[in-house]
Design a protein. Structure first.
Length: 220
């Protein structure tokens, strides 16, 4: 179930690039899984592929969305979280100071949990010099110097999907060994790099799936 939102996002990306039919190998590569696992997952939903041809992108995208309950609107309420103790101070750099980057920079829970945001970086020159949560936004090109100065091991990616892989590559080159990725895409990095992905929309889609199942069972 947790992989269905990943397949849905991959299909959406393929659709946006004009792809109408894709093979299981192509879809698996876009989703970051192996093709055998993808075919087995999709087999639970039904027979939507054609041997020797592949999957109709729009049709499969609709079927997965329908199965997950993503074809209807779900009202959501967000409740704040309290604080926890921390045992040490980890320097963190955040790349991408859009709406999400701003929210992360202003999140007081980082400090209370032992994480100190030492730098905010963005490629947009119009943002340089802006102060967010007491930290000045600097050019992304300063990444290497900041990592060396503060001994940064953890980087946070809050950029659009199209920029995330390049940002990750440069983080690894600069010496960052752990990445928290908020971008809706799969990152390809070395096995020695720890990557934790936060996909808020995927988690909501998982919950929507369970709500859809409950509604279907109640109707039955």
């Amino acid at each position: 179930m947790a992989r269905l939102p990943v397949y849905l996002r991959a299909l959406t990306t393929l659709s946006e690039t004009g792809t109408t039919v894709c093979s299981s190998e192509d879809l698996a590569a876009a989703a970051g899984v192996n093709s055998a696992k993808l075919r087995k997952d999709l087999s639970y939903l039904g027979s939507y592929g054609t041997r020797g041809v592949g999957y109709d992108v729009e049709y499969l995208r609709y079927q997965i969305a329908r199965e997950m309950g993503a074809t209807r609107d779900w009202p959501v309420v967000i409740v704040g979280i309290g604080k926890m103790g921390a045992t040490r101070d980890w320097p963190v750099v955040i790349v991408g100071i859009g709406n999400l980057g701003h929210a992360l920079a202003n999140y007081s829970g980082f400090r209370s949990r032992g994480f100190r945001v030492v730098a905010l970086l963005d490629a947009d020159g119009q943002r340089h010099g802006e102060v967010v949560a007491g930290v000045v936004v600097r050019p992304f090109s300063d990444l290497g110097a900041i990592v060396r100065e503060h001994g940064v091991a953890i980087g946070v990616i809050a950029t659009p999907a199209a920029s995330a892989q390049d940002v990750a590559d440069q983080m690894v080159e600069a010496g960052i060994s752990s990445i928290l990725n908020f971008a809706p895409t799969v990152l390809n990095v070395g096995d020695d790099i720890a990557v934790s992905k936060v996909d808020l929309s995927k988690e909501l889609q998982v919950l929507a799936y369970h709500e859809q199942r409950k509604a279907t069972q109640e109707t039955a």
